[in-house]
Design a binder for this molecule. Structure first.
Ligand code: ATP
Length: 254
């Protein structure tokens, strides 16, 4: 069980400051929803948190280790990252796409060990991909490809899972299933961080919230404390109200 901590992260892109001294903690065993308007810096923050973008200043810690000091292969074994709007570049099968998520775990020679075959089967089944396993990834619909990429990101069961809009493009059934599976990974002790625009889904599955606007953290903490109408109004410039009934809570925006 390992926490991910961002300490005073500054980042400029294209000559503009996009993260202005963001400090945030993503805790093990918890699912954190990263929310905020378009251009707030969510994807930039996740890329820094994944060790894929070096901040101009500030530090990222995985437990007590600076992320920058962890070797590439070791990091690839410990964290997975799902980019926003992933693309399929080659016509390889869906099963191979999912198997790519195990690259850092492969033995250098010989057959794939049985437990890795099982992990692939499980990921295909979990993401409703069994019927698509032999289809070329370049021939999938947007939502089908999104499911295949999420299966790739989760197949190795990484201790740190960073996903950028994992439910974008998914139909309601698959979006709920995907969100619940991320919830289950957090319950199993993993550190799970997701950027998400579907606030109702975030309310349903997340433990913690980090809210970002203009590269600055606006709010952070347990969802039940942080996800309030006034906070959402400040964050998104909309009228927002949390409605609670027997089935849980949902958000009315106006
Ligand atoms: N490759 C890039 N080069 C230059 N500027 C970039 C680049 N990527 C993002 N930016 C800028 O950084 C800022 C933050 O973008 P980012 O993608 O992190 O926002 P976001 O919160 O994920 O937005 P969205 O909800 O639209 O996905 C934006 O102003 C964006 O224009």
């Amino acid at each position: 069980m390992i926490d991910l901590t961002l300490d005073t992260i500054h980042l400029a892109r294209g000559g503009r400051s996009v993260l202005n001294g963001v400090s945030a903690s993503f805790r093990a065993g918890r699912l954190t929803a990263l929310i905020g308007p378009n251009g707030a810096g969510k994807s930039s923050l996740l890329a820094v948190a994944a060790g894929l973008l070096a901040p101009d200043s500030g530090e990222v810690w995985l437990g007590r280790e600076p992320l920058a000091a962890i070797g590439r292969k070791a990091l690839a074994r410990r964290r997975a990252y799902l980019p926003q709007s992933p693309r399929a570049d080659w016509p390889i099968s869906v099963e191979r796409v999912v198997a790519l998520g195990l690259t850092a775990h492969l033995p250098a020679f010989g057959d794939l060990p049985a437990h890795l075959h099982e992990a692939i089967e499980q990921a295909l089944a979990d993401h409703d991909l069994l019927a698509l396993r032999d289809r070329p990834a370049t021939g999938l619909s947007g939502g089908e490809l999104a499911r295949a990429m999420l299966a790739r990101a989760t197949v190795a069961d990484p201790e740190l899972l960073i996903v950028d809009e994992p439910t974008a493009g998914l139909d309601p059934r698959h979006a709920i299933d995907a969100a619940l599976r991320l919830r289950a990974r957090a319950d199993a002790g993993r550190t799970v961080v997701m950027a998400i625009h579907d606030l109702d889904l975030a309310m349903r599955v997340a433990d913690d919230v980090v809210a970002l606007r203009d590269g600055t953290m606006v709010a952070a903490g347990p969802l039940v404390e942080v996800m309030t109408g006034p906070m959402l109004e400040r964050l998104f410039d909309v009228r927002a109200r949390i409605v609670r009934d027997d089935e849980g809570a949902s958000i009315r925006l106006a």
